[in-house]
Ligand binder design. Structure first.
Ligand SMILES: CC(C)(COP(=O)(O)OP(=O)(O)OC[C@H]1O[C@@H](n2cnc3c(N)ncnc32)[C@H](O)[C@@H]1OP(=O)(O)O)[C@@H](O)C(=O)NCCC(=O)NCCS
Length: 450
């Protein structure tokens, strides 16, 4: 999403207006879902050097304005290398791990200071007629990371290169609760007063784990890297090791995948890999159904479960267009609240993307399947059938023999899944009494035991 557009919505033509209104409405469930959550966002020093960095900072300010608790973790590799080159030196790497000698450490400290000041300056902008007008984003940085030396491995002394030992989650949480954005450099400190050069990915992963963050987002460099790598849109933690063994991926991408899997194992709910170079990629990932990057999670991204009271707005949103087209009969919010225990939903990262209800008629050993709906963006991938199978099984375990549906426009779909046409007389008597002859729905029946 482009915050310029939010500040100055296009006035004309009306189709653009409609798209704008549609966009805001589509983003609304995410705005509600993200409020009060904790996101750790990590990006490399390359982001800070990019002329479009202010756009990213505006997006970050917007996330803060939406009530999201934010921790920003930045790298500083190009800034460090630039300083070393100016001194005729360079960072040396052994087995993919950098060695930080005294000269390099001095450059790391300098670079981290410069990056911090630049981010703080951009978050302080408040010019009228800019996306930051009237915005106040307090930023805080500090000694929240305790580190230890990487030490000597295979005879190689990595000097001031370190690993995260502990993150002070209590101080971080207190600052986040006060509305601060926390900025974390790739540095850590030891109880003996030493400074260590850390990887931003290590700091981000450890911080997200310590805070039990809702999301850890890696803004990765290398445009087209995600698409080019053929990574699926969603990955389960358990799939990452086999994937890394079977596929040759760029080193950076592989290390983000490892860090992501580790973070999930340590309790972070979702890890997102997003290409920083793609315009608006972060906002698309956070506020659209399709997202823009790759998502890693410990449990399946989608879950079929009984509906809860907080699902009602999502169910209403799913059903409303179908009711308006006469495909489903209208249900009020009160009706849904009363009937909620009959509903099951497919939950995709906290959003209701499909639902169905099962109404048992134990005396006739029958059940009605009603309100089956899958969001248009998620159709034709077996979700409708998944819900049908699940509720059929549920009815069977309740000792019911037949499942029936009343439908006006979806007859064929049910027929292709084992339902046969039936007449109104075959319905349970209490259902028959309320049959709407004007609506003239067709009745279909399935024998659950055959
Ligand atoms: C019917 C519905 C629940 C199916 O959900 P889904 O997740 O797409 O279902 P599946 O992936 O299991 O099945 C998809 C197949 O059903 C077909 N299909 C979808 N709607 C259909 C309809 N009304 N009649 C016949 N076939 C239909 C699709 O074309 C697709 O077939 P294909 O794979 O050959 O292209 C979904 O289309 C929907 O929400 N429709 C609107 C609400 C509705 O009609 N509910 C039933 C009320 S009684």
């Amino acid at each position: 999403m482009d915050t310029h557009r939010l500040a100055n919505p296009p006035m004309d033509p009306s189709s653009t207006q409609d798209a704008f209104v549609e966009w805001v409405r589509q983003a609304t469930p995410y705005i509600h879902a993200h409020r009060g959550r904790t996101f750790v966002i990590a990006f490399g020093g390359e982001a800070v050097l990019d002329a479009r960095f202010p756009d990213l900072v505006h997006d970050i300010a917007l996330l803060h304005g939406l009530g999201i608790h934010l921790v920003l973790v930045h790298g500083a590799r190009p800034q460090i290398e630039q300083r070393l080159r100016a001194q005729g030196a360079e960072l040396s790497y052994v087995n993919g791990l950098r060695i930080t000698d005294d000269q390099a450490l001095a450059c790391v400290k300098e670079a981290a200071g410069i990056v911090r000041v630049e981010i703080e300056a951009l978050l302080s902008l408040g010019l009228a007629n800019s996306p930051m007008a009237g915005v106040r984003v307090p930023v805080v940085s500090g000694n929240f990371v305790t580190a230890r030396p990487l030490g000597v491995i295979d005879g190689v002394d990595y000097a001031h290169t370190g690993l995260v030992r502990r993150v002070d989650q209590h101080s971080l949480r207190a600052l986040l609760d006060q509305g601060m954005v926390v900025l974390m450099p790739p540095l850590g400190y030891s109880p003996t007063g030493e400074v260590f050069n850390l990887s931003a990915a290590d700091v981000a992963r450890s911080t997200a784990a310590a805070l039990g963050a809702d999301k850890l987002i890696f803004l990765i460099e290398g445009q087209g890297m995600l698409a080019g790598s053929g990574l699926p849109l969603t990955l389960l933690t358990q799939d990452i090791d086999p994937l890394l063994k079977s596929t040759q991926l760029p080193d950076d991408l592989a290390s983000y995948l490892r860090a992501g899997a580790e973070a999930c194992r340590q309790g972070v709910r979702r890890v997102h890999l997003v290409e920083r170079g793609r315009e608006g990629a972060l906002m698309r990932e956070l506020f659209t159904r399709k997202g823009s990057g790759t998502l890693i999670s410990a449990e399946p991204y989608e879950r079929l479960r009984p509906a809860r009271i907080e699902d009602i707005p999502g169910i209403l949103e799913l059903l409303r267009p179908l009711e308006e087209r006469g495909i489903l009969i209208r249900r009020t919010r009160e009706h849904l609240e009363t009937d909620l225990n009959h509903f099951h939903v497919l939950d995709c990262d906290g959003l209701v993307i499909a639902c169905a209800a099962l109404y048992p008629y134990p005396e006739e050993a029958m059940a009605e399947l009603a309100c089956l709906a899958v969001h248009p963006d998620y159709r034709s991938a077996g979700r409708g059938e998944h819900l049908l199978t699940h509720l059929s099984e549920l009815a069977r375990t309740q000792g019911l023999r037949h499942l029936f549906v009343l439908t006006t426009q979806t007859a064929q779909w049910f027929q292709e899944r084992g339902f046969a046409p039936a007449d109104i007389e075959s319905l349970p008597s209490s259902k028959r009494a309320f049959y709407d002859t004007q609506r003239n729905s067709k009745v279909f029946l399935k024998d659950l035991l055959s």
